[in-house]
Design a protein around this ligand. Structure first.
Ligand code: SF4
Length: 655
C-alpha cells in the first residue's frame, strides 16, 4: 500500500526495549494518525489508568499523506491520556505542525507508541529504520530551544526534534511538546505526559521516500489542490505584512508546516526583535496562532499593554518553558485579571498582578513551569484545577472555560478573539459537548468559514449571505444551517459533518486551517473545485491515489465516523460518559454571547431546551441513544465494532 512505511515503533522506556510492529495489523480501517490512535487506545487503555501512569501509552502518529508531496500534510497527531483533561484525564489527541511527522515517515515509521518510565532522563534517536534510547541528563532543566539546538547540531542529515521544557519535566498539566518550527501539540498536557516518562525529546532523521500507489494521478491531484488552495483560516484573501514590522523586526511570512503553500495569517517570522528583559539580546523566531496576543491587542478584550518587543520576548519564554499558549492567553490570564480587578487576588507568590509589566509575566510563566510558589504550582495544574486547589475564582472561571478543562474557542462566549455570533456558536456548542477537549483546533470549518467568507468579516472579498448559504448547502445539505436569520434548526448536521472531517484531518493528516476546501474565489459559484474534483473530496482523492485504497467519499466518511464511535465507546467504558456530562456545558452558554448578530440586534443566551433538541438530533445522526448519549449496540455492530458492543452491553444485551 502506498503512503505507509508498514512499521510502527514500540518503545518501553521502563524495560529500555524497542521493537517494531506491522502497521498492517490496523489497516485499512484505522488509516493513520488519530484513527490508529483510537484503536490502540481501545485495546491498551483499561479503565482506571491515569495520564502519568508509566503504563499509559503515549502515541505520536503520522498519517499516510505525511512525508509525501501532498499539500498541507506535515502535521502529526499525539494521542493518549490527557493530563489537562478535567474532571478526568480522558483519552484525547493533539496535533502539531512542522516537519517532524514527515521526517518520521522518511525514517521508516508510520508512528510510535511509548510506554514505561525511564529511570533517568532520556531522549530517543530515530534514524533510518532504527531507534536508540539515549541519555538526556545533559538536557535536564534546559528549555526547548537549547535542547533542540544541542540535538540538531549532531552530525548527519537534518534532524527534527520534538522536545519538552521545564514545564513538561515538572509534569505541568498545561505543558506542551514542540518542534523546531515552534509548532506545538499545545492542548492536552502531553508535554507533562512526556515528562512523566522521563522523556525529554524525540529526534527523527530520515530520507527514504514514502511509496506512492499511483504516482501520476497522485502528482496531478496534489498539483491541482496546491494550485486551488487559497486563503487560510476561513479568510478569502491573503494576509499582508506590516511595513513597520518588516523594517524594524524583519517580519516575513514563514509557513509553520511542511507542504504549506499559502500565505497564512498565523505564520509570521521575525529576525531582529530587541529583547526587553534580556537587555542587549536580539531575538528571532516564529509568532504563530494565538501568540500574536502576547503583546496585548489595543481596543480588544485582551488589551494588556506589553508592547510588541516585550510581548514577543514573553511569547518566547512561554515557548522555551513549554507552556500552552491558548490556556494562558484565552483562559488563565483573563481569569487572573478578573480576580485582580474584582479584589479576589492581588498578587501571585508575593508579586503584584500587573499584565503591563514584562517582569510580572516572566515571574508568572517561569514559576508555573518550575512549580515555584504555592499559587504558580497550583497554576501548573491548569486554571480549572488551580481554582479548586486555591479555593477561589469559581465564578470567574465559568466565564472562560466551557468544558473538559479547556479555555473557550470559537464559542461566542469565553473566546473573545474569534468573531462569531448566534446562531453559529450552536454548532460549536455541540462540537464541544461531545468532545474530550477543545474541538475547534481540528474543526474550525463551519463557524470560521461562514464568518470569514461573509462580508461582515471580509467586506472586499467576502460573499453575500445568499452566496454563503448556497455554498454551505452543498456540504451541510441545507441553506438554513448557514442562514444568519435562523435559530437552532439544521445545526446538528454541520456538527456531525465537521466531527467526521476533524478525524480525517487528524488522521491523513491535512491542515485544519485550509481543509475542507468548500468556499472559493476561483469559481463562478464560489464552491471549491480543481480539475475533476470537488473541494470537499480533495482529501479522499489524495488518499486513494496515494494508498491505492479505493474508498468513495462516503466510505472515507464512514471510516472516519468509525473512529468517533470507538472514541465514544472508550469514553463510556472507561469514564462512564453520557448525555449529562455532554450537557454540563449548557450554563456556560446560558450567559449572553459577547457579540451581536446584526439581524437580531441584541446578545443571545442559549435556550437549554432548544439546545437539547439539537443534541437529540445529533445523537440520532450518530446512532446514539438520546436518553444517555451512548452508541447503541446496533450502531457499534453496524460499524464493525462488535468488541465494543460486547464491552458496553455484554454478550446478549438488549438494544
Ligand atoms: S496555513 Fe498557516 S497554520 Fe496552516 S500550515 Fe500553513 S502556515 Fe501553518
Amino acid at each position: 500500500m502506498g503512503g505507509y512505511t508498514g512499521r510502527l515503533l514500540r518503545v518501553d522506556l521502563g524495560k529500555r526495549t524497542v521493537h517494531q510492529q506491522d502497521t498492517d495489523d490496523y489497516l485499512p480501517e484505522w488509516y493513520g494518525g488519530r484513527a490508529l490512535g483510537a484503536k490502540i487506545a481501545w485495546d491498551e487503555i483499561p479503565p482506571g489508568m491515569g495520564a502519568f501512569d508509566p503504563s499509559s501509552p503515549l502515541m505520536i502518529l503520522a498519517g499516510p499523506l505525511a512525508g509525501t508531496a501532498a499539500p498541507f500534510s506535515g502535521r502529526t497527531t499525539i494521542c493518549g491520556l490527557s493530563a489537562q483533561g478535567y474532571p478526568h484525564e480522558v483519552y484525547t489527541r493533539s496535533s502539531f505542525g512542522g516537519h517532524w511527522g514527515p521526517t518520521l515517515k522518511r525514517a521508516g515509521f508510520d508512528g510510535m507508541v511509548i510506554t514505561g518510565r525511564a529511570d533517568r532522563p532520556v531522549w530517543l534517536d530515530i534514524r533510518d529504520g532504527r531507534c536508540t534510547i539515549e541519555d538526556a541528563s545533559h538536557l535536564q532543566g534546559l528549555g526547548i530551544y537549547r535542547t533542540q539546538e544541542l540535538l540538531m547540531d549532531a552530525s548527519g542529515p537534518p534532524r527534527r526534534v520534538l522536545a519538552i521544557g521545564p514545564a513538561g519535566e515538572n509534569l505541568s498539566r498545561i505543558a506542551v511538546a514542540a518542534t523546531e518550527t515552534e509548532s506545538a501539540a499545545g492542548q492536552g498536557g502531553f508535554g507533562g505526559v512526556m515528562g512523566s516518562k522521563n522523556l525529554k525529546a524525540v529526534s527523527v532523521m530520515g530520507s527514504t521516500p514514502v511509496p506512492v500507489s499511483d504516482p501520476v494521478r497522485f502528482a496531478s491531484v496534489c498539483a491541482l489542490i496546491r494550485e486551488e488552495a487559497h486563503g487560510s483560516h476561513g479568510w478569502p484573501h491573503e494576509p499582508k505584512l506590516d511595513p513597520e514590522k518588516v523594517c524594524r523586526y524583519g517580519q516575513r511570512f514563514q509557513a509553520c508546516t511542511e507542504g504549506c503553500s499559502v500565505r497564512c495569517f498565523d505564520a509570521r517570522f521575525y529576525t531582529t526583535v530587541p529583547a526587553v528583559l534580556q537587555r542587549g539580546k536580539i531575538l528571532s523566531g516564529q509568532m504563530d496562532c494565538i501568540a500574536g496576543l502576547f503583546p496585548g491587542l489595543e481596543g480588544s478584550f485582551y488589551d494588556w499593554r506589553l508592547g510588541f518587543e516585550a510581548g514577543f520576548e514573553i511569547g518566547r519564554i512561554a515557548n522555551d518553558e513549554g507552556l500552552n499558549h491558548w490556556e494562558l492567553l484565552v483562559g488563565m490570564i483573563p481569569w487572573l485579571r478578573d480576580l485582580s480587578s474584582e479584589g479576589v487576588m492581588q498578587e501571585i507568590d508575593g508579586v503584584r498582578i500587573d499584565f503591563d509589566d514584562p517582569g510580572f509575566w516572566q515571574h508568572l510563566l517561569m514559576g508555573i513551569s518550575r512549580r515555584e510558589g504555592s499559587v504558580r504550582s497550583a497554576l501548573a495544574e491548569g486554571t480549572v484545577r488551580a481554582s479548586e486547589i486555591l479555593g477561589l475564582g469559581g465564578e470567574q472561571l465559568r466565564r472562560y472555560f466551557p468544558a473538559w478543562g479547556y479555555a473557550g474557542h470559537w464559542d461566542g462566549h469565553g473566546d473573545r478573539i474569534n468573531y462569531v455570533f448566534f446562531p453559529y456558536w450552536i454548532v460549536s456548542a455541540v462540537q464541544w459537548a461531545v468532545d474530550t477537549r477543545d474541538p475547534i483546533s481540528s474543526a474550525h470549518g463551519y463557524a470560521q468559514n461562514i464568518m470569514g467568507w461573509s462580508r461582515i468579516c471580509s467586506p472586499d472579498f467576502g460573499m453575500d449571505w445568499d452566496g454563503i448559504m448556497d455554498v454551505s448547502s452543498r456540504v451541510y445539505g441545507s441553506r438554513i444551517c448557514a442562514d444568519p436569520r435562523s435559530g437552532y434548526e439544521e445545526k446538528a448536521f454541520p456538527a456531525w459533518w465537521e466531527g467526521n472531517r476533524s478525524v480525517m484531518k487528524d488522521s491523513l493528516p491535512v491542515g485544519d486551517q485550509v481543509f475542507p476546501r468548500i468556499y472559493s474565489r476561483k469559481t463562478e459559484d464560489g464552491f471549491a473545485r480543481a480539475g475533476d474534483m470537488e473541494g470537499p473530496s480533495f482529501e479522499r482523492h489524495m488518499f486513494t491515489s496515494l494508498t491505492g485504497i479505493g474508498w468513495s467519499d462516503r466510505e472515507m466518511e464512514r471510516a472516519s465516523e468509525r473512529v468517533i464511535q470507538l472514541e465514544r465507546a472508550l469514553l463510556v467504558r472507561n469514564w462512564n460518559r453520557g448525555r449529562a456530562d455532554d450537557e454540563s456545558l449548557i450554563p456556560y452558554y446560558e450567559k449572553p454571547e459577547h457579540l451581536v448578530n446584526p439581524f437580531i440586534g441584541s446578545p443571545v443566551s442559549m435556550d437549554a431546551s432548544r439546545f437539547g433538541a439539537v443534541m437529540d438530533e445529533y445523537y440520532g445522526l450518530r446512532g446514539w441513544d438520546p436518553a444517555d448519549g451512548r452508541p447503541t449496540r446496533r450502531t457499534l455492530e453496524d460499524f464493525g465494532l462488535s468488541g465494543a458492543a460486547r464491552a458496553l452491553y455484554g454478550a446478549s444485551g438488549e438494544r
